[in-house]
Each structure stands twice: as C-alpha cells, then as structure tokens.
Design a protein around this ligand. Structure first.
Ligand SMILES: [Zn+2]
Length: 557
C-alpha cells in the first residue's frame, strides 16, 4: 500500500503556470490561463489562472505571472542544425555589405590564424547582400591572405577558393573539369575561384581540417542553446550521413540536446539504383528514437530533385540565360524505384524540389507510390521548399496528402537572386504559402538554416509581410495572418512530423515544449515581431532558456 505522501506527490505537478494567456494552437483556437507540467509533459490545462491550483504541492514550481503569454515552442521543420553548428566557429560574413567588407572579415580571421592553416567562412550569407551583387573572385580573396588557403562557403552548393586553396586542390588552368559541377574559369581557363556543386567543391572540401566528433558535439550543444534563446524547441534536421547520428546521440546522452530533434538521412543517387537501395537498407531502422524521452528521433530520408536558385529545374528558361532550364538530379524511373523501396521499408521521404518541373516530377512519383500503398498516412511523402507550385500542382499535393515545408528566410535572403535568375514574375510566386493554407495543404514552416538565418520571429514576420532583404515585398497575395504564421511554426510542425498529439500544441498529453513572451505576439505591430525576446523556453518541461531565472526563482510550495 502506498503512503499518503506518495499518492499526493503523484498528483502534484512539477510546474504550474498561472499566466496571461497560453495559446493551445489546436484546431479550436483555445486559449488557457493555466498549465500543469509533470515528467516533461503537459498534464492539465485551465481556462482561468486559478483553475489548476490543486495541482500545486510540495516541490511544485509555480510561475505566477499575468504578463506572460505562452505558445508551443517554435518548430523549425527544415533546419540543418548540425551543419549550422559546424559553422559556429567559422568566419561569419552575414554582416558584410561589400566585397571589401567580406575580405576585411577574412583578413582579420587570417591574422589570428597560423600561416598555412585554413580560413573558412560560415555558409550563411549571400552575395546579393553585397553592394557588388556577386561572389568574390580568387584574386580578391588573395587580398585577405596570400599565406593561408581561404575558402568562402556560400549555402550548400557554392564556394569560392583563393589562389592558394585552388592550387592545393589541383584546380588550375590546365586541370580537367569535373564530370559534374562547375569550375568557373576566365577566358584563358584560369579558375576564377567560384566552384559550383559538389563535383567542383569536393576537391577543396576534402582538404579542410576534420572536426572531431567531440568538437562537433560541443558545437551542436551550443547551437541548440542559440535556438532556445529565440524560442525554438523542435528541429527537423534534413540530410545527415549515418555517422553523424553518433554526434547527436553523444549530445543527447549528455542531456545537452536542448532541441527536440528529428533526423533525416541524405540519400544521393549512387552508381546504380541497386546500390542506392542497398545504401537505404544499411541505414538505422526508420522511426528508431534515442532513449531519452523523445528528444531524438529519426524522421525519414532526404532526397534532392534539383539545385537551388541557380540550379532549380524550371518549366521555362532562366531569366538571365534563355538556353538554361536547370536539370533534375534523378531520372523518373530511378527516383520511383527508390521512393517505392523506401516506403515499402517503412521510411518517410522528404524530397528537395524548388523548380516547377522538379516539383511536378516528384509529385508524379509520389502519386504512383501513393496509389500502390493506399493506406499511407498523410505526410509520409513530403516536398521540401516547393518554391514554384501552381494551382494544379497544389491541388494534386493536397489530394495526395503530400506534406510541404516552406522557409520564408530563403525568399528573404535569396529574393535578389530569384529576381535575377528566375525573373520578377516567378520570384513573386515563390512559396505561395497563403494558397497552400487556404487549399488545405499539410504545410509547415522552417528556416533552411544555415543556407539562411534561423530566427523564427523574423521568419514569422516574413510569412506575414512577404518582405525580403533587398527586393521589397514579393507576392503580397501569399501573406498570412500572424496567428496562421505562428501555427505554421508550431502545430503544423507537429503534424508534419507525424506527432500532432505530442508536438507543437499546448494540450494535455503533449510534450511541455513551451515558449513564453512578455507580450502577446498577436497584439504586436508586425514590424516589432523580429525584436521580441522570449522570456522563457522549455523543452520537455525543462528550462533551456530562462534569462530571468523564472523557474529558478519560482515559488516552491
Ligand atoms: Zn535545406
């Protein structure tokens, strides 16, 4: 028989919130004023501030703050968290406004770096933010240092090497061009420095100093904390290789994986389709989860149908090159076999597609696979980005239950390049979020950090305004209201993950992944959204951002 004290303890919450408002973000748009949290989950909700007072007992922390407004923690459904972590100590070029400023940042780093060692930039910046509107040249990078190999990374598909780095990688006026990817050359075949896609980038990438697993684990833990500070509690990380799961496990085992993370494995076309299928079969089991209360899980596979803004597979030619439409990375038959095999083995699949031709090619296969697997849960098959999707394409995706992830930060950062490469009409049509929502799509938002910034508040501002960094408002008809934008960053993320009862909502039984602000984001003037500071972030009931010590200082009864 249990002692009365044990019985009482069992009923009491770990934390009780008595707050101004707590948005459930469920379909009924319910607003609470009290929440009880126990063992990492929300156990009870109340419509008034005192409704859950009976849950407070010995050891309960009570956060009694009528100014506090709670939301489910933000859920970034497309965030290269580990890649971004690896960039943490690289040279940031995000603030550079000209080639000169970019070179200056690199020179400062070179001055701190022993000669001969690499100077490497973070991937998160874009040349359209420079006055010159173009990538630097090898010559220009030589001005940062002639004694260091310098490698400027930009997003995942483009890089620039200085002359020392080109020489070390064997990329010279007389070297052969790679079978895939582009080495940009001057008239006399001298490499200009710009390298496009993996085939051209890999000779340089292979020379970069390896970052040990322990170093990566430390960086990943730091990256999680940066996200928590901006209210992110949940991340879907697209595109890992199997060995990288060990980094995640190490951080989770240390209790420092402070974002609830869902992983995707990157599947490239191998030499033959059979090789690709064998690779998939060599991966860890789909759906398996690290043993720490749902903090780490495997969501599925990530494939890529086309490139980015410069390499998207389009119906009509590029605005700046009438001879070019981009191309697909997969033949339809091969892609179909791979997706069919993956789904048959219980995998979910997310495929990158930005151009209208790419999106359609992915949907063609998804339609065939869905027909062969009639009971497939909605969201088993996802298109990442889906930049160009007209009404017909959207209707097909909705009918098939295909999930869509959108990332306004891409439009914000890459808008200038989209206008240049795709022309103003197509640029304005990129990510028709409002249409997807109105038509009932399974759509969720995210950032595509570290191709762009991760800040969910700036991203929510972007979903509401369609504003960009350099080319004004793009496609105002696709704006959504602030509640919808927050929903795309919370509950919709839970649906996309296939965890709609556990993630992205404040409701009994859900994980206690919560962000609190001292203002209601829904009452805030839209242009103030990016400057709002989370007062508190909890993941699994644990404070992961608590600058004012709210949980530490909370009254314990
Ligand atoms: Zn991405």
């Amino acid at each position: 028989m249990q002692a009365p004290n044990d019985l009482a303890d069992a009923a009491f919450a770990d934390t009780v919130f008595r707050v101004g408002r707590a948005y459930g973000m469920t379909a009924d748009r319910v607003i609470y004023q009290s929440l009880a949290v126990k063992d990492g989950r929300i156990t009870a909700v109340g419509r008034s501030r005192d409704e859950l007072d009976s849950f407070t007992g010995p050891g309960t922390a009570v956060i009694d703050d009528p100014e506090l407004v709670l939301y489910p923690a933000f859920n970034d459904t497309h965030n290269h968290q580990l890649l971004a972590a690896r960039d943490l100590d690289y040279v940031s070029l995000e603030q550079a406004r000209s080639v000169e400023e970019l070179v200056h940042a690199l020179r400062e780093a070179a001055d701190r770096t022993p000669p001969g060692q690499w100077v490497i930039s973070s991937r998160c910046w874009h040349e359209t933010h420079l006055r010159e509107g173009r990538l630097p040249t090898a010559r220009e990078l030589d001005a940062a240092s002639a004694g260091h190999p310098v490698f400027v990374q930009r997003g995942g598909h483009v890089g620039v090497a200085n002359s020392v780095a080109l020489e070390m990688a064997g990329i010279t006026a007389t070297s052969a061009d790679p079978p895939s990817g582009t080495v940009v050359r001057l008239g006399d075949r001298t490499p200009a420095g710009v390298l496009i896609e993996a085939g051209a980038l890999d000779p340089v990438r292979r020379l970069l100093p390896p970052v040990t697993q322990a170093q990566q684990a430390d960086l990943l833990a730091r990256q999680c904390r940066l996200y928590n500070r901006r209210g992110i509690g949940v991340v879907r990380d697209p595109g890992l290789v199997p060995g990288e799961v060990a980094v995640y496990r190490a951080v989770a085992d240390r209790g420092e994986l402070t974002t609830r993370t869902r992983l995707m494995f990157w599947v490239m076309p191998q030499a033959t389709v059979a090789d690709t299928l064998a690779y998939i079969d060599s991966l860890p089991e789909p759906g398996s989860v690290g043993g720490d209360g749902g903090g780490l899980g495997i969501w599925g596979l990530k494939l890529g149908m086309d490139g980015g803004v410069e390499g998207g597979f389009l119906d009509e030619p590029y605005a700046n090159n009438p001879a070019f439409r981009g191309h697909a990375f997969w033949e339809p038959d091969d892609f179909g076999q791979v997706v069919e095999h993956a789904v048959g083995r219980g995998w979910r699949v997310g495929c990158h597609a930005v151009g209208d031709s790419a999106v359609r090619r992915v949907l063609d296969t998804y339609e065939q696979v869905t027909r062969r697997h009639p009971g497939l849960p909605p969201g088993t098959l996802v298109i990442e980005h889906a930049f160009l999707a007209d009404a017909q394409t959207r209707a097909r995706a909705v009918r098939l239950g295909v999930g869509i992830t959108v990332q306004h930060p891409l439009l914000y950062s890459l808008g200038g390049n989209l206008v240049r490469y795709w022309g103003p009409d197509r640029a304005s049509q990129v990510m028709p979020v409002r249409a997807w929502v109105d038509e009932g799509a399974l759509i969720a938002a995210g950032s595509d950090c570290n191709v762009s910034f991760f800040d969910p508040l700036l991203s929510i501002w972007g979903l509401v305004t369609r504003g960009t960094r350099t080319v004004g408002v793009q496609g105002p008809e696709y704006r959504v209201d602030a509640y919808t934008a927050i929903g795309l960053y919370t509950a919709a993320g839970g649906r996309l993950l296939g965890e709609d009862r556990d993630v992205g909502i404040l409701a009994p039984g859900a994980f206690a992944d919560i962000v609190g602000f001292r203002a209601d984001l829904l009452d805030s003037p839209v242009d103030d959204l990016p400057s709002q500071q989370p007062a508190l972030t909890l993941v699994g009931g644990r404070p992961v951002h608590d600058p004012d010590g709210l949980l530490g200082a909370a009254e314990r009864r």
